[in-house]
Design a protein around this ligand. Structure first.
Ligand code: ATP
Ligand code: MG
Length: 470
């Protein structure tokens, strides 16, 4: 599939409306588009963690304490962000294909390619169990490295009687050691990545591996989604945001990423001018700084391409038109949600810092407050935010909610839906996640699509936040 065809699949993604010059919240009715059939293209590729999660809860009445053992339950579950997203995506794709196949329609969609997970485990019991589970789901283990003598990534969490985390040990070192740039360059991985409609990278990857995956994706015109995993790991992509189409941080991860971007900018300011004269300059500082480093500086870009997005461009402006959708229809004015506006306004500097470093969309997850799509306005002087509320849910466990949100978004994006509709699918999938004790519930595409459609017929809140003058 050519890069142009792939980008056509994603055409229409950006449908945030240019709002008025003042800061306003608007409620606008959204239409609920029918889900188009999956395009004939490669598998969505997800690179990152496949982890064994262990959760220990004391049975009581004795609480956990240092130096002693208490009776309780210890539950094992398959986890890891890339693994969770891949499993959720597979469930959505399989159920969608089943529904299409069972409809009796002669125009039934072709079965979508199942997602391909690139990860690593050890040859211990946990690794065997995770791989067996993956095979039982009918998913490929071809790109999951198995290290002889290696310890499968494992997170062991101990909770107290109140249900609060008392202690946790996370061992994910194998991922960084094994998911190397070299492994990502291996023919099966490189070929899958080049043919993918989208690639999702999680923050378990080393900065070097993230850079290599982003390099390959850029060369093949494949959009990248970065899921931060945690605040400490979120900063690993700080130097690569100009090559990333979507990031999906929660509040803490957004703050950490923004801090890392600012730190890089400070270092950049302190750096001596470079004389490399690399052409074409990626950041608009022309020959003052070398290409790869300067394109994250968020300085105004002087690229002359017609669709250049200023500081957002960072050399990828030639791809920008393919992401641009039709502007959303103008929404009817409504009472602003003051609390929501205050919340988002308080995060504006961080949102702006991350967008200013070149990422096209920030998909900000806000727990029970829903999620917001953020992007720079065309002139780079304001941030456009489209907020959707969480769906009412009978919450059992919020673990995996963010991962299911990403899976719902990817499911919709890979079918060519606009970004706003994709977010609705993400929120619908995350509702199913919080209503289940599992990291990944038994997602059903029909239910997710129904809930997303309901969300889209309600009101999305639009917020136009002017950036302070420099
Ligand atoms: N209490 C809730 N009720 C309904 N939906 C919720 C609730 N909590 C979370 N969600 C949904 O899940 C999405 C993701 O949640 P959250 O922002 O907590 O992600 P996260 O911090 O990445 O979580 P995790 O890492 O545990 O998956 C939210 O945007 C929202 O749609
Ligand atoms: Mg998360």
């Amino acid at each position: 599939m050519s890069a142009a065809a792939r980008l056509n699949v994603l055409c229409g993604h950006l449908n945030l409306q240019s709002a008025s010059s003042s800061s306003t919240l608007q409620q606008e009715p959204c239409s609920a588009p029918a889900l188009p059939p999956p395009p004939a293209c490669g598998s969505l590729v997800l690179i990152g963690g496949m982890v064994m999660d262990l959760q220990a809860h004391p049975a009581g009445p004795s609480d956990v304490h240092r130096g002693g053992s208490v009776p309780g339950s210890v539950v094992q579950s398959a986890g890891g962000v890339a693994r969770n997203v891949a499993e959720a995506l597979a469930l959505l794709l399989t159920s969608a294909a089943g529904a299409a196949g069972g409809s009796g329609s002669s125009t039934a969609s072709p079965p979508a390619a199942l997602p391909l997970l690139v990860s690593a485990v050890g040859d211990d019991l946990a690794g065997s169990a995770l791989l067996r589970h993956w095979q039982e789901l009918g998913l490929s283990t071809a790109c999951i490295a198995r290290l002889h003598g290696g310890a499968t990534p494992t997170v062991a969490a101990v909770f107290d009687l109140a249900g609060e985390l008392a202690a946790c040990v996370a061992d994910a070192s194998l991922l960084e050691e094994q998911l190397t740039p070299q492994l990502l360059r291996s023919p099966p991985v490189a070929a899958a990545l080049a043919a993918a409609p989208i690639v999702m990278l999680d923050g378990n990857l080393s900065p070097e591996a993230l850079q290599e995956a982003c390099r390959q994706a850029a060369a093949a015109g494949v959009p990248v989604w970065f899921e931060p995993v945690s605040a400490p790991k979120s900063v690993r992509a700080a130097a690569l945001l100009h090559r990333i189409s979507f990031v999906s941080p929660n509040r803490q991860e957004l703050a950490a990423m923004a801090a890392a971007v600012r730190q890089r900018q400070q270092q950049h300011t302190d750096r001596q001018p470079c004389t490399c004269r690399q052409q074409p300059c990626l950041c608009g500082l022309q020959s003052s700084i070398s290409g790869e480093q300067c394109c994250t500086c968020s300085q105004q870009c002087s690229c002359t391409a017609g669709s250049c997005r200023g500081s957002q461009c960072a050399g990828s402006c030639c791809r920008t038109p393919a992401y641009e959708g039709q502007p959303a229809s103008s929404g009817a004015g409504a009472e602003p949600g003051a609390q929501l506006e205050d919340l988002l306004r308080s995060m504006l500097p961080d949102i702006a810092a991350v967008l200013g470093a070149g990422v096209q969309h920030v998909v900000l997850t806000l727990g029970p407050d829903g999620a917001a799509l953020c992007r720079l306005e065309g002139d780079g002087k304001a941030v456009a935010v489209c907020h959707m509320p969480a769906l009412p849910a009978a919450v059992l466990s919020c673990s995996g909610a963010g991962d299911c949100l990403v899976a719902g978004c990817l499911f919709a994006l890979a079918r060519g839906l606009p970004v706003k509709a994709a977010l609705a699918h993400g929120i619908a999938a995350s509702k199913a996640a919080v209503e289940s004790p599992l990291n990944v519930p038994a997602l059903d595409a029909a239910v997710v699509m129904r809930d997303a459609a309901a969300l889209l017929t309600k009101q999305a809140t639009r917020l136009h936040l002017p950036l302070p003058s420099p």
